[in-house]
Design a binder for this molecule. Structure first.
Ligand SMILES: C[S@@+](CC[C@H](N)C(=O)[O-])C[C@H]1O[C@@H](n2cnc3c(N)ncnc32)[C@H](O)[C@@H]1O
Length: 262
C-alpha cells in the first residue's frame, strides 16, 4: 500500500482538523468506553494524539502505524509530552498480537484502505486476536452517507462514477480538490493540488473504501466481535445514517462466540 500519510497530510489536512479540542473530545469518549488504566492498542495511531493522551491518563498504550513519518512524529510528540507509549512501525495487515490488550482503538478513519476487501477483513481478524476476552474494540470511520452527500448531489455521474471538483482554502493555501466515488467498487478518492508561496506545485491524494453501517457491523461480527453500540459522533450521540459525521462501532470480544471459528 502506498503511504500517503506523511508531512503533507499533517500540514495540509490534519493540523486544521485534528485540533487539540477535537482530540480532547475523542479521548473523553474513549475513556468512557475503555476500562481505566488498562492496556490499549492504537491501530493506525498516526502521530499519536490518542495514544499520548491515554498514556498521560495512566493507560499502557502501544501505537502501531504503517507510516514511518507518522511513527517518528508520534515518538517526538510523546517525548515532548514526557510520556512513553510504545510506537511501532507496523502494518495492521501483518501484526500478530495475541490476547494482549484490554482494548483496541482505530480512530479517525484508519481502516479500509486496502483495495482487496479480504485484506480489510484480515486487519479485523488481527485486531480480534490482539484483544483479550472481555476486551473492547472501538472502530471510528467516516459516515459514508454524509461524506458522499455533497458529491452525489452536486457532482457529475458518468456510469456510476461520481466526481466533483472545487476550490477550497486549507492551511492558508488555495487548494483545487477533486473527489470521486465509484459505485461499483465502493471506493472514494480525493486529490488535492496546490502551489506554495515559492510557486512549487504539490499534490496529495488518497483512496479508501467507505462502509455502510450493516456492512461494517457484518465484517466485525464475521471475525467474532459482538456489537455493543453505534455512535455517530464523540459526544456521543446515537448514529443517524443521514446526519452523523462519523460511524463509530463499539464491539466486544466475548468468551463464548461461535462465529469466531472462521
Ligand atoms: C487518517 S489517519 C488517522 C491517524 C490517527 N488515528 C488520528 O486519529 O490522528 C490514518 C492513519 O492510519 C494509518 N494506517 C492506514 N492503514 C494502515 C494499516 N494497514 N496499518 C497501519 N496503519 C495504517 C495511516 O498511516 C495513518 O497514519
Amino acid at each position: 500500500m502506498q503511504n500517503i500519510f506523511d508531512q503533507k497530510y499533517i500540514e495540509l489536512y490534519a493540523r486544521d482538523i485534528t485540533t487539540a479540542k477535537r482530540t480532547e473530545a475523542e479521548v473523553a469518549f474513549l475513556k468512557a468506553v475503555i476500562p481505566p488504566k488498562t492496556r490499549v492498542l492504537d491501530v493506525g495511531c498516526g502521530y499519536g494524539r490518542h495514544a499520548i493522551a491515554l498514556a498521560k491518563s495512566g493507560f499502557e498504550v502501544v501505537g502501531i502505524d504503517s507510516s514511518e513519518y507518522m511513527i517518528s512524529e508520534a515518538r517526538k510528540k510523546a517525548s515532548e509530552a514526557g510520556c512513553s507509549p510504545t510506537f511501532i512501525l507496523q502494518d495492521a495487515l501483518t501484526m500478530s498480537f495475541n490476547n494482549e490488550f484490554d482494548a483496541v482503538i482505530s480512530m479517525f478513519s484508519s481502516f479500509g484502505y486496502f483495495e482487496d476487501q479480504r485484506d480489510n477483513v484480515k486487519v479485523l481478524q488481527n485486531i480480534y486476536s490482539a484483544i483479550s476476552f472481555g476486551g473492547v474494540f472501538v472502530l471510528d470511520v467516516a459516515n459514508k452517507n454524509t461524506l458522499l452527500e455533497p458529491l452525489l448531489r452536486n457532482g457529475e455521474n458518468k456510469n456510476g462514477i461520481h466526481s466533483l471538483s472545487l476550490n477550497e482554502k486549507l492551511a492558508g493555501y488555495s487548494i483545487h480538490t477533486t473527489q470521486t466515488f465509484n459505485e461499483q467498487t465502493g471506493r472514494w478518492s480525493i486529490k488535492r493540488e496546490w502551489t506554495d508561496k515559492n510557486g512549487k506545485s504539490h499534490n496529495y491524494s488518497l483512496s479508501t473504501y467507505l462502509y455502510e453501517q450493516d456492512e461494517l457491523v457484518g465484517m466485525c461480527e464475521q471475525v467474532g466481535f459482538k456489537l455493543k453500540n453505534i455512535c455517530g459522533n464523540y459526544k456521543p450521540n446515537a448514529y443517524l445514517s443521514e446526519q452523523s459525521p462519523r460511524l463509530i462501532l463499539i464491539c466486544s470480544k466475548d468468551k463464548v462466540n461461535k462465529k469466531n471459528i472462521l
